[in-house]
Design a protein around this ligand. Structure first.
Ligand SMILES: O=C[C@H](O)[C@H](O)[C@H](O)COP(=O)(O)O
Length: 237
């Protein structure tokens, strides 16, 4: 038997695929738009491309709204003017995802930015997802855990309440310490059961005392650019 792994699936080539997807999404941004800047290793390519286009004079008057401290720092470094989120809608937001279901429901938050992403992207007229093909799943929970942001205060009680209907899962660690989000909260990475109803589960998790929000992004994404060795696939909800 030979090793069937396609050369473009080697980690270094996945980076090239992520970048290709990012470029397709940034091509949708127009001058004068307010743009939600996602978080993670794929969104990074989009922020860099946006900065490049602004520097090259291909775009002007673009304002970024960042979904994390890391994206804010990168945006500034590449010359994108940024503003904090305010009640005005964003024209477009571009972000990665950890899992993409066929109907473009998503799991997000392995990078810890789920709450700021959700709050920001809920205000976007268009949410464009960028990813390599390894993020495609037939059902959410197939490959990734579901990140749930919880308050530090009383976190052990919150975890116990969550485990009543989401057994397994674990508190996210950063070395020997609990992982802390930009909002000063902890993350519980839950194992999703098979055959669950995503909307019902979202409602139940968010109704659990101590929970801030979940990494389920349901009915939010307009389209996804998913890069595979054969090219970039455009998926529309
Ligand atoms: O919290 C992180 C975000 O939800 C990211 O968009 C997600 O984890 C995907 O990140 P990456 O593009 O690095 O796989």
């Amino acid at each position: 038997m030979t090793d069937a792994t396609h050369p473009l699936e080697a980690p270094e080539n996945l980076e090239a695929l992520k970048k290709e997807a990012a470029l397709r999404a940034v091509a949708l941004v127009q001058s004068g738009q307010r743009v939600g800047l996602g978080t993670g290793s794929t969104a990074k390519y989009a922020i860099e491309e946006l900065g490049r286009k602004i520097a090259a004079g291909e775009l002007s008057g673009v304002v970024g709204v960042s979904t994390s401290e890391a994206s804010e720092a990168l945006a500034r470094a590449v010359g994108i003017s940024t503003e904090p989120l305010d009640p005005r809608p964003l024209d477009i937001a571009i972000d990665g995802a950890d899992e993409i279901a066929p109907n473009l429901d998503l799991v997000k938050g392995l990078g810890g930015a789920l709450v700021r992403e959700k709050v920001t992207e809920a205000q976007a007229r268009r949410l464009i997802i960028i990813a390599d093909h390894t993020k495609l799943v037939t059902r959410l929970g197939e490959k990734a855990p579901l990140p749930i942001e919880i308050l530090q205060f009383g976190f052990l009680s919150t975890v116990e309440r969550l485990r009543e209907f989401l057994p397994g899962g674990r508190l996210r660690m950063n070395g020997a310490r609990n992982y802390v989000t930009d909002n000063g909260n902890f993350i519980f990475d839950a194992q999703l059961p098979e055959g669950f109803d995503a909307r019902e589960l979202e409602r139940r998790i968010k109704g659990t005392l101590g929970v801030v929000d979940t990494g389920l992004f349901l009915g939010m994404a307009e389209r996804a650019f998913v890069a595979a060795p054969g090219g970039v696939q455009e998926l529309v909800r």
